[in-house]
Design a protein around this ligand. Structure first.
Ligand code: XIL
Length: 313
């Protein structure tokens, strides 16, 4: 039997979870761990993104998303919906733009009312990665057409589609204090002041070995003080390959540091790793020469990082 979700819940967290992805569902050894009590929550790595759910305008395909929801239901887990509005993995009919502000508002509202309306998930990443590292907004079809109004438009549509789901904004590079974290905090303040529904901030937490922000806990607290909960949503800690025993020990320490920071704050409510095994990590294909970022190795064997998570809970 698994320990991670049980330990997380024993200290008042809602869950310990993992990302997963549909191509992995044929791997029976992988599925035995994913579906075990080790995890109380799953996030679809790709299958609820816009290109997967509305590849052509007003044509919705939820086969893959439904498969994730089925696995969660059968194995007694909650689901994080990921994600609704993001510049990446958009179908070309959206990314190529050419919309008026009114048209794009309808496009966002229609996407959200259909995708969210069909799904019962615990929390949605309604807006994903809105900021550049300097705290300015990413220049994408949403911002360029609507300015920052796309954010309240999306959050309001999500609340209308599912009054019960937690509505989040998710980003990376906000885990430590700094310009980008401040920009996100200012956005939360503005949304709250304007009465826009915003319940949570996702700290992606794609870290580099030895570079976990030292002020992670106080930065979590800076957000929870604004009246939102925080989730660690995409945790992995990458290193230069090939990994050494010393690197894996440092990784254990780093995982413990991250998990402890969330554990210490009541309103940091859950932790999700961006898949539990190096076998299916996005890291090697995204960051050249980097990998070994997850708590289980390529052979689905627990690494020291697993014990670091346990120690942090
Ligand atoms: C990644 C997936 O893991 C990959 O399979 C895909 O090719 C690209 O996207 N931030 C996010 C996630 O919010 O959606 C990204 O997931 C990783 C970075």
């Amino acid at each position: 039997t698994g320990v991670l979700n049980t330990l997380a819940q024993s200290i008042g967290k809602k869950y310990f979870g993992s990302a997963t992805d549909n191509p992995e569902f044929t791997d029976t050894a992988y599925m035995a761990i994913l579906e075990s009590s080790e995890f109380g929550q799953i996030t679809p790595g790709n299958s609820m993104k816009w290109d997967a759910t509305e590849p052509e305008q007003n044509t919705f395909t939820f086969t893959q998303g439904d498969a994730v929801v089925s696995i969660a239901k059968e194995s007694n887990k909650i689901v994080r919906g990921h994600n609704l509005v993001w510049q990446s993995q958009l179908p070309s009919w959206v990314s190529s733009g050419g919309f008026t502000a009114a048209e794009l508002t309808s496009v966002i509202q229609n996407h959200i009312s259909n995708v969210v309306g069909e799904k019962s998930v615990n929390a949605w990443d309604v807006v994903n990665e809105p900021f550049n590292s300097d705290g300015s907004y990413v220049s994408d079809v949403f911002y360029n057409t609507l300015g920052s109004d796309f954010i309240p438009i999306a959050l309001t549509a999500a609340r209308a589609a599912d009054p019960n789901a937690l509505l989040c904004i998710n980003d990376y590079g906000i885990e430590g204090s700094g310009t980008k974290s401040t920009a996100m905090q200012n956005l939360v303040k503005t949304l709250k002041a304007d009465g826009v529904p915003i319940d949570c901030i996702g700290f992606e937490s794609h870290f580099i070995l030895g570079e976990v922000p030292t002020d992670l806990q106080s930065n979590i607290e800076a957000f929870t003080a604004l009246g939102v909960v925080v989730m660690i949503t995409e945790l992995d800690i990458r290193m230069t390959l090939p990994e050494t025993a010393a690197q894996l020990e440092q990784q254990k320490t780093d995982y413990q540091t991250v998990v402890s920071a969330c554990a210490a704050v009541d309103d940091c409510v859950g932790i999700t790793v961006w898949d539990f095994t190096d076998k299916y990590s996005w890291v090697p294909s995204t960051f050249s020469g980097q990998g070994a970022a997850c708590p289980y190795d390529d052979n689905l064997i627990k690494k020291p990082a697993f014990d670091g998570i346990v120690a942090g809970l």
